[in-house]
Design a protein around this ligand. Structure first.
Ligand code: BES
Ligand code: MN
Ligand code: MN
Length: 454
């Protein structure tokens, strides 16, 4: 019987061609111009699951983009793995910074370049191909269900509802997700945590109209000057967040946990050189791995106002805006942090301006325990594929639905991601290593075995 390695060797060109076809469809969930394409992508995912051997494959309609569902139930008494992934992608802007168009995939240096290559079409598709192998080789040892959604990049609001309304359909023993990264192919890792998120937009209004910056400048509050000062005050000289109560609920890691984390193979010089920076930056007293993994953070994602066209215009603008996100760690809650932020931000505004705080999406943090059967199975599967056992690493990114899965379905997720932090997800020139793609397929097929063997 063909081994997974042989199967991959024989079929890899087809796997890559199929993925490339999927990457050509611009399923940008944030932009309604791409509505038709996003629906088309759902169709394509449905078809791929059918071809791979899934039963009862359907497009489950939601208020937004459909959830693609499929399953293979070999024996109701056997365990069930629920695979989650997303077929939507981030907007590709700024387009001029791409070396090749985002939806015309190209292979360069053994990497596929396209929006969604790593996040998450490439990683989601590894599951379809691993499943295909399990089915054609008649090796599937347990039941499998798939839910592939089209709104992860915009907050998964409709999936939220779908999960609450379809608990029976989604009944499973464990959730398996490939939508995160690992340290490197040489140093494989398993993601053991995701951050929560509070995303907020602020609007600062000064005078009731734009003013001449000479006639009024220095006498009337400039909302951009004020906003930037307010933002600057949100962190102190140690780069700690100054919002009162912000750290109150943070579950501090023990010295022992921090000692373990310090063993993570991490090359700071390589990290800096890849980013073109001389020095890293962050909360005093913590390492880079800790800052991204276990510490909450605050970042301005966008800021605008006033004149940004060509040339110079001497204007004192009426309004200034910013989009601000906070990444949360265990025990912090989106709901509470959002309120702390809003109260504080309003309280530090001078009387010369009005401040409005508008909510965007958010989500709760998540941690995977590492002493479980499924974690050990994932660890074994990686060891078999990579020849090295993985280390646990907490991610800085967020997948809000994961904590909801736990809350609503009572299920833990295994975050078996194969991307690299350097894949440029959400950035121009996103790419996914073909080796990562193929190793991922191999590892997933091993997971089916390691998870079900006693
Ligand atoms: N796949 C990412 C999350 C991720 C990336 C986790 C790398 C760990 C490592 C996901 O698609 C994503 O981008 N999530 C958003 C949140 C969402 C609500 C828009 C994020 O983290 O910004
Ligand atoms: Mn993703
Ligand atoms: Mn993403």
């Amino acid at each position: 019987m063909t081994s997974i390695k042989d199967y991959i060797e024989q079929h890899k060109d087809r796997f890559i061609d199929e993925l490339i076809e999927l990457l050509k469809i611009p399923s940008i969930s944030a932009d309604s111009k791409y509505k038709e394409d996003t629906f088309k992508t759902a169709d394509a995912v449905k078809e791929s699951l059918e071809k791979a051997g899934a039963d009862n494959v359907e497009l489950c309609p939601t208020k937004g983009y459909p959830v693609v569902y499929g399953e293979k139930i070999i024996d109701p008494n056997k365990p069930t793995i629920l695979v989650y992934g997303h077929y939507d992608v981030q907007p590709p802007d700024p387009l001029n910074l791409w070396d090749s168009p985002p939806f015309e995939p190209v292979i360069k240096d053994n990497k596929i370049y396209a929006r969604g290559a790593a996040d998450d079409k490439g990683q989601m598709y590894m599951h379809v191909k691993a499943f295909e192998y399990m089915v054609v080789s008649n090796k599937l040892p347990c039941n499998v269900k798939f839910i592939i959604e089209g709104e992860e990049e915009v907050g998964s609001e409709n999936l939220d509802k779908f999960v609450k309304e379809n608990k029976e359909k989604l009944k499973a023993d464990i959730i398996l997700i490939s939508d995160t990264s690992m340290l490197s192919l040489e140093n494989p890792s398993i993601t053991t945590g995701l951050k929560g998120l509070s995303y907020i937009e602020v609007e600062v209004t000064g005078p009731n109209r734009d003013l001449h910056s000479g006639v009024y400048g220095g006498a009337v509050a400039n909302p951009i000057n004020i906003l930037t000062k307010m933002i600057a005050s949100l962190t102190d000289e140690d780069n700690r967040i100054t919002i009162p109560g912000f750290y109150d609920k943070v579950l501090d890691s023990s010295d022992e946990e921090r000692k373990e984390m310090a063993k993570t193979p991490f090359d700071l010089e390589h990290y800096k050189s890849k980013l073109g920076i001389e020095e890293v930056h962050g909360e005093k007293g913590y390492t880079t791995i800790e800052r991204t993994g276990i510490r909450p953070t605050l970042d301005v994602n966008g800021i605008w106002g006033g004149y940004i066209g060509e040339g110079a215009k001497t204007v004192l603008p009426s309004k200034a805006f910013a989009k601000i996100s906070m990444r949360l760690v265990p025990n912090q809650s989106d709901h509470e942090i959002r309120k702390l932020f809003a109260d504080h931000f309003k309280s530090i505004a001078p009387k010369s301006v009005k401040v409005e705080v508008h909510p965007h999406h958010g989500g709760e943090p998540y941690v995977t325990p590492i002493n479980t059967k499924e974690y050990k199975a994932a660890s074994k599967a990686i060891e078999r594929a990579f020849g090295k056992s993985p280390v646990p690493v907490r991610a800085g990114g967020s997948i809000p639905i994961v904590s909801l899965f736990e809350k609503e379905l009572g299920l833990k997720s295994i975050l078996l991601g194969f991307g690299l932090d350097t894949d440029a997800i959400h950035s121009p020139n996103e790419h996914y290593g073909i080796e990562n793609f193929l190793k991922g397929i191999e590892t997933i097929s091993y997971f089916y075995e390691t998870y079900t063997e006693e």
